[in-house]
Design a protein around this ligand. Sequence first.
Ligand SMILES: [Ca+2]
Ligand SMILES: [Ca+2]
Ligand SMILES: [Ca+2]
Ligand SMILES: [Ca+2]
Length: 536
Amino acid sequence: MAKSGLFRVLLVSTSGWLLTLGCGSRTGLPPGHVLGAAGSEGGAGAPAEPACNSDADCPQPPPGQCGTATCTDGACALELGPICNDGDPCTVDSCTPNGCMFLDGRVDADGDGVFASGTTADPKAALGCGKDCDDTSPDIFPGAIELCDALDNDCNGVVDDGAQLQLASAAPTRVSPLDADHSGPAGLAFDGESFGASMTTYRSHDLPSQGQFQQLTARGQLVGGPQVIARVNADSYGGALAWSGERYLTAYQDARQAGNYEIYFDLLNRKGERLIKDLRVTTADDYSMRPSVVWTGAEGLMVWEDRRFEDSGGTSAILGQRVSLDGQQLGANVRLSPVGVPAENASVALSDAGVGVAFVTLAPNDTTSINFMTASRSLDAPSPLTNIPFENADAPTVTALDDEYVVTFDQFDGIKYGPSIFGVVVKDGVMGLPQSMTTGATYAEGNATVSYGDRFVMVWADTKDGNYQLYAQSFDKKLAPISPRIRLTTTKSDTHGAALASSDDGGLGVLYTDDNNGKPQTFFTRLDCTPAFQLK
Ligand SMILES: [Ca+2]
Ligand SMILES: [Ca+2]
Ligand SMILES: [Ca+2]
Ligand SMILES: [Ca+2]
């Protein structure tokens, strides 16, 4: 009996004799013949049971190696053949009676004539077998026309490259209800079919404020009426919004706890109907406020400003919380900003590497500055702070681009705004020089952004054309403008305070405040996308 040293025969004694052939070594078996015979190492007296009744009972060759297992007279035999591996990840290697076979494993499942990067076994695997960056869509392959669809059609790594945005021809839509005394925007997200808008609405000066949700079509028409998010008899605010792919996540503050603002979390369907009982996220002394929320693809991340440490001699701080898609807190509140650094008014953006967080710090002389930090998607591993050396910097917005973050911000000395919106690039913890991104106005405020990966669109309000009006412009990763400034509003009253969301037709929804002669209301307008091939 030829017997491999790696081919172990396991003998177990129980009430009778049980002889079992152990598994062969997973790797390294040389070609050859091994045999396990029933009773060959049996003990005294007891009759041996056969090791096998059929070939299938016998140990098979290890993965990747050819061979034949046979059962003869109750004994297993394994004839090992060659190891079939041509070293090409794009072939399917298999055994034949005469040796090996290597078949072309490339796949073009969407029929656009370009192979997927992986093989039939896993078309998405990054094996370099083909250059179709999405083998489920015939509209996506190298050389395809780049359409306005929020997708990278030509597989160059850039979404909707060369496309330009213009103000839609439709008039703005009033989103706040007609019985609102006044209202302002809070959050905007696109759910694949429609926009969800959240706002804070005051029905009169005697009634508490309400957080409301309003569904709009992709073109900006109202769908149904507003939904009240928190049904409480206390001031409640509209929340930040994120779409998970199946439901909205929203985070907001309200004063139901005896006037002490706490952070709450809700899940909503497309219509804004609540799917859970409000999840209270903070139980803290003093205020918790101004939450933002992002969806990582696996869970929700909330970030807010918290005053719980001030009564014990600490400072205001930025905290975070992970939440699940069924409305459960994952872990506890996490302090993100370091001890001893006053921190408020945070913005958060999600990148492949983690999250970028910027917040405002008030200095003892009452001037503000902005600090930036990163953390993992689990909100641990906080980085050291990067301080942006700019006096009276306020209202930061973080934008995640391919391999860097941009922080845009206002300049505000507590009385008046500066003439520009400013921005700075932070890459690998190294900060560029803060620079002016807008020109021509006396006052500018209220920056908001949307990332397109290699570039971003900023919407802000300034007085270039007289009173505060909203403008949009695209910028590259170095903060250089790559589109003209587009005027979004033409109203006698000021407009400002935008929340943004891109839609799957490459357009951009803008939710904003129209001051409306002292009775501000929430409005929606949008930018339409024109693809590069139509611009030529
Ligand atoms: Ca294909
Ligand atoms: Ca394709
Ligand atoms: Ca592209
Ligand atoms: Ca596209």
